[in-house]
Design a protein around this ligand. Structure first.
Ligand code: HXC
Length: 513
């Protein structure tokens, strides 16, 4: 054979790997892109470089006599995302439904280990019928190796799972072990499918209702980003990566700011009502403080009483954790605590400073919360704040009551620089509640109980419900005017970026369950 013939043979094999026009059409017919089209959108144009494209399944007979489709149902490789290296695996639904066999799993694990070794993010694009039935236990073993690689890489390189088709059975645990899960509206995840639910529970349920993107974004919290379609989804993955470092040894990407670091924000004085009972949207506060008003919210549709996400301050990436007074008055409940704790741990792992904006009346009361384990779940947030060694800055915008004060970046949890607005109320509880408990008998015995009660409330308000008691103890570092919030945070951030803190040596801590 001459060189031309050798090259010809290689090209033919590659063509087989890419699938036929019919395969591509079938995928488009489901309003989904093919694995390679997705990778082209994920990576900077023309930078995706495939590896292992000529891998074939362990036993060709699995292909039902149709001949080998090189690649074994998953496309792996590397390229640039926003100019930085990343590694990805995209399941190819046109090969045995994207099902996972032994070699398919080997390819994914190899790509993950490369990402870990070379310190770059790993992105898995899932579109698969799950364990390849014909490969039995070899397939199950493959999943276990993927899970293990997920755990090994956890906290070292950012891991992102993108669900763009089915993701069923135990296959869901790889995404669940990664840092972020994206879903398209046209995708679903479940442990047990509708047929099993019907057989065991005698309950009819549709695929969308059981595990569609919306369900996992609003009810289960499995999904962090719900996206319209493949294209929108991959754009958002690229945006998220622009806030993350390549690995835990790097700093997150600094962007030369356009916004003025000394900019005052007088609008904050209107956005936050002084009346503690009036709600407002804390995202407006965030928008006012951060560079160019840009905020990438994570978990936007779940536990909406806590807002978390990424932004920049004078060009530096920060993670924001904020109570949302518009939902449940900003009370902390089980989901809010889990959401904040997970986000804080991701920020800490990837050297992203944490800015906490507090306006919180306390923990959500009630039997549901107690039975659901608000005690152990609330503890997760404490653990995460305490464990975090990145700069921790905080601003109390209005209410800071009770346990909620302690658990959100307080001095006791080694918060670095903490601020309060002059209207802040920092106390064990609100004035009315306190008077009801402390002065019940005195109010009852008064000639005019209503007048006495009001007098006592005003007195409590003056004595305790202000930022000056905390300032007098050094429990906050300064009381600031709302309009100065951005510039003060930037100055504090630029000082604390140099922070280096280490934990006492231990194998690992034990986060509350
Ligand atoms: C082998 C599979 C397969 C699988 C699909 N195919 N799933 N082959 N193993 N798990 C094959 C089909 O036989 C078909 O082959 C081709 O892929 C396309 O499948 P269709 O059903 O025609 O496609 P579609 O209608 O789009 O439906 C896709 C699907 C469905 C929803 C994924 O195929 C499905 O329900 N598959 C089974 C899902 C499942 O129960 N998996 C096991 C989950 S348990 P031909 O030759 O006809 O083109 C699990 C355990 C993991 O995964 C444990 C980890 C610890």
């Amino acid at each position: 054979m001459d060189m031309e013939q050798y090259i010809d043979e290689l090209r033919k094999r590659r063509e087989i790997a890419h699938g036929t026009a019919k395969d591509i059409e079938a995928q488009h017919g489901k309003h989904r892109l093919t694995a390679r089209e997705r990778l082209e959108l994920l990576f900077d144009p023309g930078t995706f470089t495939e590896i292992d494209s000529l891998v074939i399944p362990r036993f060709e007979s699995y292909m039902g006599g149709k001949g080998s489709r090189y690649g074994d149902g998953v496309v792996t490789g590397f390229g640039l995302v926003n100019g930085r290296h990343a590694i990805a695996a995209a399941q190819d639904a046109s090969v045995l439904g994207g099902s996972l066999g032994e070699m398919h799993a080997n390819k994914i694990v190899k790509a993950m280990r490369m990402a870990l070794q070379y310190g770059c993010p790993f992105i898995a694009l899932n579109d698969s019928g799950g364990a390849r039935i014909q490969e039995g236990v070899d397939s199950l073993g493959g999943y276990a190796r993927i899970f293990d690689a997920n755990c090994e890489a956890s906290g070292v390189i950012p891991q992102i799972s993108v669900i763009m088709g089915p993701c069923a059975g135990g296959a869901v645990y790889s995404p669940a072990l990664t840092d972020f899960v994206f879903m398209t509206e046209n995708s679903y995840m479940f442990i047990t499918g509708p047929d099993v639910v019907k057989a065991v529970m005698q309950e009819e349920v549709s695929l969308e209702d059981l595990g569609g993107g919306r369900v996992h974004s609003t009810a289960s919290g499995v999904c962090h980003f719900l996206t319209k379609d493949d294209r929108d989804c991959l754009n958002q993955v690229r945006l998220l990566l622009s806030y993350l470092p390549s690995n835990n040894q790097d700093d997150p990407p600094y962007v030369r700011p356009v916004d003025d670091g000394e900019r005052r924000c007088p609008e904050l004085e209107q956005i936050v009502p002084v009346d503690p009972y009036k709600p407002y949207d804390v995202r407006q506060v965030i928008g006012s403080i951060v560079d160019d008003g840009r905020f990438l919210e994570v978990h936007q549709l779940w536990a909406e009483n806590m807002v978390v996400g990424y932004a920049r301050l004078n060009g530096y990436v920060v993670g924001i954790v904020a109570n949302q007074p518009m939902v449940l008055a900003g009370c902390i409940d089980i989901h809010a605590s889990i959401k904040a704790a997970h986000f804080i741990r991701i920020c800490d792992a990837y050297n992203v400073p944490i800015i906490t904006l507090q306006d919180v009346p306390g923990f959500l009361p009630g039997k549901d919360q107690e039975y659901g384990g608000i005690i152990r779940n609330g503890a997760r947030m404490i653990y995460a704040y305490s464990e975090a060694t990145v700069p921790k800055l905080m601003v109390i915008l209005r209410k800071s009551y009770g346990g909620a004060y302690c658990v959100m970046s307080s001095k006791g949890l080694r918060g670095d620089l903490l601020y309060a607005w002059p209207n802040a109320e920092i106390a064990v509880m609100g004035a009315e509640g306190a008077v009801n408990i402390l002065f019940r008998n005195e109010v009852k015995a008064a000639a005019d109980p209503a007048a006495r009660r009001k007098e006592l409330i005003d007195d409590y308000q003056r004595k305790f419900n202000n930022p000056y008691v905390a300032a007098a103890r050094g429990l906050i570092d300064e009381v600031i005017e709302p309009r100065d919030t951005r510039r003060v945070l930037i100055r504090a951030l630029e000082l604390t970026l140099a922070k280096r803190e280490r934990h006492a040596p231990k194998k690992h801590g034990i986060s509350p369950a």
